[in-house]
Design a protein around this ligand. Structure first.
Ligand code: CMP
Length: 138
């Protein structure tokens, strides 16, 4: 699949880093196919991160993701899921490579600036979560 879902997280939207992050993604070869500015409800965030329900950081992550607006987007590019994960860097900004989005703007593992889908299957589910009907009937 050539699409992935990214979400600029509340810390970066509030810090005014959205434009710089979008530029970096476009300069990396992605094209923007859909974008929104969204305030997640608690139920939305709990559903989106349901796979992490049993993890110790789950409630804190849900609190954080509902603390302000987020910017979900659909990005298109060859091998999009894997390439996007390279461009955003390691989950932990301290471990992320120089020049990656999380290295540049991340504050901690939780406040790590941006989410990216981790597989083609999840990209499809996550894109439909924020952009219902994106894939039409295909
Ligand atoms: P994200 O790509 O949005 O997917 C799950 C999120 O859980 C991850 O980025 C981090 O923000 C958060 N996360 C993962 N591991 C930890 C951790 N050990 N402590 C706190 N938050 C974490």
């Amino acid at each position: 699949m050539d699409h992935t879902l990214g979400i600029i997280k509340p810390n970066s939207v509030a810090s005014g880093h959205t434009g710089k992050i979008l530029s970096l993604l476009e300069e990396s070869g992605f094209s923007l196919e859909a974008i929104r500015l969204v305030q997640l409800s608690r139920a939305d965030a709990e559903n989106f991160y349901a796979v992490h329900r049993e993890r110790p950081f789950y409630q804190s992550l849900v609190n954080f993701m509902t603390s302000g607006s987020v910017v979900p987007m659909v990005l298109q590019g060859e091998n999009a899921v894997q390439k996007f994960r390279q461009v955003i860097g390691d989950t932990d900004p301290n471990q992320a490579e120089e020049g990656t989005v999380r290295k540049l703007y991340g504050e901690s593992k939780e406040r790590n600036t941006i989410h990216g889908s981790d597989s083609d299957e999840n990209a499809r589910i996550e894109i439909e979560f924020f952009f219902p009907g994106f894939f039409g009937s295909t």
